[in-house]
Every structure is written in structure tokens, then in C-alpha cells.
Design a protein around this ligand. Structure first.
Ligand SMILES: Cc1cc2nc3c(=O)[nH]c(=O)nc-3n(C[C@H](O)[C@H](O)[C@H](O)COP(=O)(O)OP(=O)(O)OC[C@H]3O[C@@H](n4cnc5c(N)ncnc54)[C@H](O)[C@@H]3O)c2cc1C
Length: 577
């Protein structure tokens, strides 16, 4: 059985324009499985399991073949070979793409194959259902509770195995590049039922997004990282510059990424690019109405490659940019700024992608597995497709074959109890009858997390957030207003439930960020930096995955440490200079 919130689903995959990595070495530029493995371990700042990353690099080759066989129209070169381009943190061209619609095309390929199985009767689809709880019978995950988003009916479903592929939790920041419907409820409810949560504070802020233009905005838009292949990032040298970009002469521009990181230049990894953008804006050299932006300039690329080539490569991204900002990026530089985008943290899984609840498997962004403290561009799709096409199809049957599962049905007490709990939670949300909308709580939570657990984290800031979040949660349960009932289509109620979970996961993110006093990848503790202002790891004390266990509302979570050892990529300070 397959449960989908929507069909076709509005998900991160659908929105991924950039591409998907594979160590095919079609360019003959020195790529290999080992090189992809090494880049990914290093890119994640040595906070991922080596064995998982190696498997990912191996499988990357099969993914492209699988997708081509499914009919995904990857871009091709004149000679007919699949084309590739570069993404941040690497010096080879290993990213396969379908113009600016890679994710959407991958999704269409997957849907075609899925529909074939639906027609063959091997898959039953339940559409517009939201998973609200996992049911545990005799210590194993044996079912779920869902809500029909159209009728509001709660339903129980029994199964031998549950696979969660419900995406990341970047929407905890309120403003993010994720689809508005993305949320943490499925993984958070599983966590509350006993699944450990890995590295919750590892969240990625993507450097290449359209800057916020108004405080009433509810969504941020990604401009694919692929643009940094040809676009040059700069800000004016002078603070408080008021001239238009094209009026600022070359010698008064600071191409700060090229200056600071000559070997990787504009293609440094995301954490490095984001922190540098924040730094120049904090210095007062940011551009645009709010001073929170840097230029991404294509003038050189247009001069070098010609307008038509640039249009061919990135045309639809330029169109999106123009529709949102009203500016033509072929004639004036784009303005970009970092935005919450991806969560490396997620439910802890073993090598078979099984969580600490037997029978509960987790794939894609919902698990914590392969990216360590920072994900390299175009590797989320690689991981999600590796999990879904090549790992779970082996590990799930292996689990089923290795144990004798008792038959279960939804009349058993664990099912009725879980359903009753969900019902009373929804009734409680409606019963508050306060004055504030779910959105206003969400927005305020997002500001707290962005300010204190975003691009830079400090001991004082995290403690402030940890004091403020429980107060906001208390106010939520006292002053929330949800109109309508729970047995009908009610999007305010859906939203309120998701916000109630964000209010809990946000606290765990801050607890994790506070305990990890080192900097690594996207987790930048201001107290732990090198003299050049780069993230400074503390391998002696923090070379582990932090897996947190739920101990109850208002109770401190329990920390479990999975040590990380590096046999093939020796630990070293990351350098992109
Ligand atoms: C704008 C954008 C661009 C990106 N570009 C790239 C790129 O170019 N290359 C790359 O490698 N990666 C990219 N990424 C990252 C990548 O797209 C995601 O990490 C990946 O799609 C995650 O896939 P997923 O299937 O795990 O989760 P998702 O794609 O988020 O899908 C999860 C699905 O589960 C549903 N769901 C959530 N909760 C529930 C619930 N309780 N009950 C039922 N359903 C639920 C959601 O509605 C959604 O449909 C991008 C991400 C974004 C946001």
C-alpha cells in the first residue's frame, strides 16, 4: 500500500531543478567511485558513515541507467552522450540534469513506473492521506494512523513493514525553499514512538536563493546551484554602496569567493558560500532593498559563451527570477541570499535503512544517513533514489524473510489506542479557541530558529531559543485559533497539527546544536572557528553521530553516540582554497 499526501505530490523532488550526481566519468575528467565517495565524506565535514557513503557512490552509476530506462529525458551532448555539469564542492563535472527540471522529470519517470504497477494490481494507492502516527505491536512497527485530508476521517492500516519517505523539516524555519506542505509530523511521531533522531541540528542553508522582499512573504525560491557554474558572485567593495550594479566599475567589485577560495572559486560548497554571503552582508556590503543580498553576475558568461548558450542552459531559471523580481538577469546581475533548504538530520537508520523501531524503515531526506554535516549539491536526489531503487528493495524483503511476523489487524488495542490519541490531539487543537492563527505561531518560531539556530549558532543564542520555544509552545496550546471541525476538509487544523510538531522538533535542534560545541559543515558555532573564520571541527570530542531518544514532553532527550571512524578518507581540516 502506498500513502501519498497528494498525487502528483508537491514535494522537494518535484522542485529540484539542478541535477543528480553519478561517478560515470563520461567527461573523462578523472572522476571515479572513490572520488565521489571522498568528495562526499569531505563535503559532509567528516560527520557521515564512511560505509554508507561508499555504497552511495557505487550505486550512483546504476541510478542514471535506471532513470534513462524509465524514460527520464536527461540533457544530451551533440554526440548523443548524456551531458553533465559541475556543482559546488567538486572539481569534476558529474551532475546529470534535465535542463532546469531534473527533479520533476525524475518524478514523472517514477510515476510512470508506479502507475504500471497500480494497473497490474501490485500497488494500492491511498491519495490525500496524511500519516499521523506509527503503530507499534510487540516492539515492531506494524501499522499507521492516517487522516483523509478531504473527509477528515481517521483510518488505521496494518502492515508487515512501514517505510517513511516523508522528506525533511526545513519548514521549521517557516521560510524555506521546501514545498509549503513539507512537514516533520511523520518522522516526529515515529520519534515519539521510539525511533532515535540523528543529528537534528544539521540543517543546510542554501546560498543561491532569491532574497526575501517583504516580511509578509510565506515562501522562498531557490535559484539552482548550477547557476554558480557560470555566474560570478560579488558585492561592492564599499559599504553602503547606492549605485546600480552595472554602474559599479570592475575595480570596485569584490569577487569574494574567487578571492578567498582560488581553487574552487564560485563553486565552493554550500555552507562556505552561505557563510561568506552572510559575512559580507553583515559588514554592510549587501545589495538590494534590505541589504541582504549578493550579486550573481552572468555578464562574463554571456560575453564568453553567447546569450543563446546561457539561455539554453539556464533559461527557465532566468524566467522564474524575472517573474518573481521583475528584473531581467541577462542585463542586470541576479541578487541572491541564503535560505533554509535541506535537513541532513533525520531519523537515525542502520546500514539497512531501518530505524531503531524494528520494521520501520526510512528513506530519502527523512533519514539522517549519508550527508554528514553538509550536503553537496545534486547529491540529495542521488541518495533518495539510491535508497528507493537500490537499497530498500533488498533490505525490506531481507527483514521480512528473517523473522516470523505474527498476523495483525486494526482491531488490536495498539491500533485503537493510537487512533484515539490522534483523535484527542485534533480535538484539543480545536478546543483551544484562542486568538492566534497556526501561521502566526509558525512565523514566530521560524524567526527564533533562524536567528539562533540558523547560519551561525552561539551558546548564548541557543540558550535564548531554548528558553523561548517552550514559552511559545505553552502559548500555542493556550491561545491557538482553529476554525471548523476535525471531521471535514480543514487545512487550518492540518497546519496547526504540523506546527505543534515543529514546536517540538525546534527544541531538539537547539539542544543538539548547544551540545555540539564544535563547528562542522553547516553547523557553525561562532565559538569554534579557525583564524580565517572557517568551521573548526573538534574530532577528539565530536567524531560521532548524535542520536537522540524521546523521553517525554518537557523531559530532556537522551543522547546516544554512534562513533564515526575514517579508514579510507583520513580526517583532515577541509580546505577549498
Ligand atoms: C527547491 C529545491 C530544489 C532542489 N534541487 C535539488 C537538486 O537539483 N538536486 C538534488 O540532488 N537535490 C535537490 N533538492 C533536494 C531534494 O529535492 C530533496 O532532498 C529530495 O527531493 C527529497 O526527496 P524525498 O522523497 O525524501 O522527500 P520529498 O521530495 O520532500 O517528498 C516527501 C513527500 O512526503 C509527503 N509527506 C510529508 N509528510 C507526510 C505525512 N505525514 N503523510 C503523508 N505524506 C507526507 C510530502 O508532502 C511529500 O510529498 C532540492 C530541494 C528543493 C526544496
Amino acid at each position: 500500500m502506498l500513502f501519498l499526501s497528494r498525487h502528483p505530490a508537491p514535494c522537494a523532488l518535484d522542485r529540484s531543478p539542478g541535477g543528480i550526481n553519478a561517478a560515470k566519468n563520461y567527461r573523462n575528467d578523472g572522476d571515479s567511485i572513490f572520488r565521489l565517495f571522498k568528495d562526499t565524506v569531505k563535503g559532509g565535514d567528516f560527520r557521515a558513515r564512511e560505509a554508507n557513503v561508499y555504497r552511495l557512490a557505487q550505486i550512483s552509476l546504476n541510478i542514471i541507467d535506471q532513470c534513462v530506462a524509465q524514460g527520464v529525458p536527461f540533457a544530451r551532448e551533440y554526440g548523443g552522450f548524456l551531458d553533465t555539469r559541475s556543482f559546488g564542492g567538486v572539481q569534476v563535472q558529474r551532475t546529470f540534469y534535465a535542463r532546469g527540471q531534473t527533479g520533476q522529470q525524475l518524478l514523472l519517470g517514477a510515476y510512470q513506473a508506479l502507475e504500471e504497477q497500480v494497473a497490474a494490481g501490485t500497488v494500492t494507492m491511498h491519495i490525500r492521506r496524511e500519516l499521523l502516527d506509527v503503530v507499534i505491536v510487540n516492539g515492531r512497527a506494524r501499522g499507521i494512523v492516517t487522516r483523509d485530508l478531504v473527509t477528515g476521517q481517521l483510518e488505521c492500516h496494518a502492515a508487515d513493514v512501514i517505510v517513511l519517505a516523508t522528506g525533511g523539516y526545513s519548514n521549521v524555519f517557516y521560510l524555506s525553499t521546501n514545498a509549503k506542505a513539507s512537514n516533520c509530523t511523520a518522522i516526529w511521531r515515529a520519534h515519539r514512538r521510539g525511533a532515535l533522531f540523528g543529528n537534528p541540528c544539521f540543517t543546510q542553508i542554501h546560498p543561491t536563493c532569491i532574497p526575501l522582499s517583504s516580511e509578509h512573504q510565506s515562501k522562498l525560491t531557490l535559484m539552482s546551484e548550477s547557476l554558480r557554474n557560470d555566474g560570478r558572485v560579488w558585492v561592492p567593495k564599499k559599504k553602503g554602496e547606492t549605485r546600480a550594479a552595472n554602474d559599479i566599475p570592475e575595480n570596485e567589485r569584490d569577487y569574494y569567493l574567487e578571492r578567498r577560495y582560488p581553487s574552487f572559486g564560485n563553486l565552493v560548497p554550500r555552507d562556505v558560500a552561505s557563510r561568506n554571503a552572510k559575512e559580507v552582508c553583515d559588514e554592510g556590503r549587501g545589495v538590494g532593498p534590505r541589504g541582504q543580498g549578493v550579486y550573481l553576475d552572468f555578464a562574463d558568461a554571456i560575453h564568453r559563451l553567447g546569450l543563446e548558450t546561457v539561455r539554453d542552459k539556464y533559461g527557465n531559471l532566468f524566467d522564474i527570477y524575472e517573474r518573481i523580481t521583475g528584473e531581467n538577469a541577462y542585463t542586470v546581475p541576479m541578487r541572491i541570499y541564503p535560505a533554509p533548504h535541506y535537513t541532513m538530520g533525520g531519523l537515525w537508520v542502520d546500514y539497512h535503512l531501518m530505524s531503531t523501531i524494528p520494521g520501520l524503515f526510512v528513506g530519502g531526506e527523512a533519514n539522517f544517513s549519508d550527508h554528514g554535516a553538509n550536503r553537496l549539491g545534486a547529491s540529495a536526489l542521488m541518495q533518495g533514489l539510491a535508497d528507493g531503487y537500490f537499497i530498500l528493495p533488498y533490505t525490506v524483503p531481507d527483514y521480512i524473510a528473517s523473522i516470523a511476523l505474527d498476523p495483525v489487524d486494526v482491531s488490536l488495542p495498539p491500533f485503537t489506542a493510537a487512533k484515539a490519541e490522534v483523535k484527542s490531539r485534533f480535538e484539543a487543537l480545536i478546543a483551544v479557541k484562542g486568538k492566534r492563527s497556526p501561521d502566526s505561531f509558525h512565523r514566530e518560531l521560524g524567526e527564533i530558529i533562524w536567528d539562533n539556530c540558523g547560519m551561525a549558532r552561539s551558546d548564548a543564542g541557543l540558550r535564548k531559543a531554548l528558553a523561548r520555544i517552550p514559552e511559545l509552545r505553552e502559548e500555542f496550546w493556550r491561545n491557538l485559533r482553529v476554525v471548523g471541525g476535525d471531521d471535514e476538509l480543514n487545512q487550518t487544523l492540518e497546519k496547526a497539527n504540523r506546527v505543534s510538531d515543529f514546536l517540538e522538533i525546534a527544541e531538539l535542534m537547539c539542544v543538539d546544536a548547544l551540545h555540539r560545541t564544535e563547528s562542522c559543515g553547516c553547523h557553525f558555532r561562532v565559538e569554534s572557528q579557525t583564524p580565517e573564520g572557517e568551521a573548526k571541527r573538534d574530532d577528539a570530542n565530536f567524531s560521532y553521530t548524535a542520536a537522540w531518544g524521546w523521553k517525554g514532553s518537557g523531559q530532556a532527550p537522551a543522547l546516544h553516540k554512534e562513533p564515526l571512524t575514517f579508514e579510507y578518507v583520513p580526517l583532515s581540516q577541509r580546505s577549498y582554497k
